[in-house]
Design a protein around this ligand. Structure first.
Ligand code: AMP
Length: 395
């Protein structure tokens, strides 16, 4: 059985690895000839909107999915007219536009930060009058890893923010002084069976995920239940099949939805070693109509992203509970080059194992508050203004 994957980054690579154990091969479509996923499946090198390439790609596939969110929805729709595309292109379309996404959440009663559509400079002014400052101005489309957004803190920030991002559709959101960022990985099978992993605590810097702690410490059962109930509404509404990631801000014990990703997610990498069934395996199980695997989590885990370059991991690699993943990409600033997951039975054991990792474990120790030579959490969105969301993807 062959599953088609639009995108061939590290998420595709990990899907391909999980597929092997299930007897499912993956075929990737990605314009980048050096895509990491090429090592674990067939690789069609073509643009996502190349009609002839899409035709050839689709031949013989059991189903198609995405590992990259900025795939043109039209391409997903064209494929969906021939074979099952999961999650459905509508989920992709919703996630690609921050305004539609927030309106969708609103319609389903899923709480979000207050937001407004910004069409012109006057809208921006009115928005700031309504929402107050600080406010975050974001491109509606093609934002990722904190790109295409800017924080307005004082009135004189408005004009530069507008100048930096104008020319594309925009949304403004109240800046949420959150207590922490959480995410929920959910999965729904073809038969409607739904499973959830525990909420994960995520730490970003410069808009890029650095560390995930799983399960998130000190989560009240009611908070987990709320996250699951909101995610379930979304899964049901979209008749969703596969893994859905929901990113949340937690503020005073309440959840506000930041965004959703209709795919496997970086904050779920820890499930490879830290859960009974990984997000990748469960995504594929859902796609091919197999029963979902259990999402039990026997211990605790910390996932550390390796950004820009892979440090010396020689000492780390032999250590107990340390799992190193290298994506085989060439180094580039802000690029996700690999990740390290540290698993343990208890929090104390996790801290000991992280300490043994030296500088590699430091971001996770900082995240759990053991020390803070660098700020554990920088809640300010980066003042990056890649307004066009150009495809200079750091993937
Ligand atoms: P995003 O690309 O929207 O996920 O934003 C990247 C990161 O910027 C988030 O993970 C948050 O750390 C921060 N951020 C985005 N939107 C807001 C907001 N409305 N309030 C506070 N922080 C935000």
């Amino acid at each position: 059985m062959i599953v088609g994957v639009l995108g061939g980054g590290q998420l595709g690579w990990m899907l391909g690895l999980a597929g092997r154990a299930l007897g499912a091969r993956c075929r990737f479509l990605d314009p980048n000839p050096d895509s990491p996923a090429r090592h674990v499946g067939d690789h069609v090198v073509a643009r996502f909107d190349d009609g002839a390439a899409l035709q050839a790609f689709a031949t013989g596939l059991a189903a198609v999915t995405y590992e990259f969110e900025n795939v043109p929805v039209e391409s997903a729709r064209a494929l969906a007219s021939r074979l099952p595309v999961m999650p459905a292109p509508e989920a992709l379309a919703t996630a690609q536009d921050r305004l539609h996404e927030k309106e969708f959440f609103h319609r389903l009663g899923v709480p979000t930060p207050r937001y407004r559509n910004v069409r012109d400079e006057r809208d921006l002014l009115e928005t700031v009058v309504k929402l107050g400052l600080p406010t975050v101005l974001k491109t509606r489309r093609l934002g990722y890893d904190g790109r295409g957004q800017t924080l307005m803190t004082v009135a004189t920030d408005l004009s530069p923010a507008w100048e930096a991002l104008r020319g594309v559709a925009l949304i403004a959101e109240e800046f949420v002084p959150f207590d922490r960022e959480l995410s929920l990985i959910a999965v729904r099978g073809r038969d409607g069976d739904v499973r959830f992993y525990p909420l994960v605590e995520n730490h970003h810097r410069e808009g890029i995920l650095r560390v995930s702690l799983a399960p998130a410490p000190d989560v009240a059962p009611a908070l987990q239940a709320a996250a699951e109930s909101y995610a379930k509404r979304i899964l049901t509404e979209l008749n969703y099949v596969g893994v859905l990631a929901m990113e949340w801000f937690e503020r005073s014990g309440e959840l506000l939805a930041n965004e959703m990703a209709p795919r496997v997610h970086n904050s779920g990498h820890w499930t490879i070693e830290g859960a009974a069934t990984s997000q990748f395996e469960n995504h594929l199980r859902a796609l091919v109509g197999r029963p979902l695997g259990p999402t039990d989590v026997p211990g605790v885990a910390a996932m550390i992203n390796l950004i820009g370059e892979v440090p010396d991991l020689a000492a780390a690699e032999g250590s107990e509970g340390v799992h190193v993943h290298r994506y085989g990409k060439s180094p580039r600033p802000k690029r996700k080059m690999g990740h390290v997951t540290v698993t343990a039975s208890t929090r104390e054991e996790l801290l000991t194992r992280l300490t043994r990792l030296g500088p590699v474990g430091a971001p996770a120790l900082s995240a759990v508050g053991v020390f803070s030579t660098t700020p554990a959490l920088d809640p300010r969105p980066p003042e990056v203004s890649d307004a066009a969301g150009t495809k200079s993807s750091p993937r």
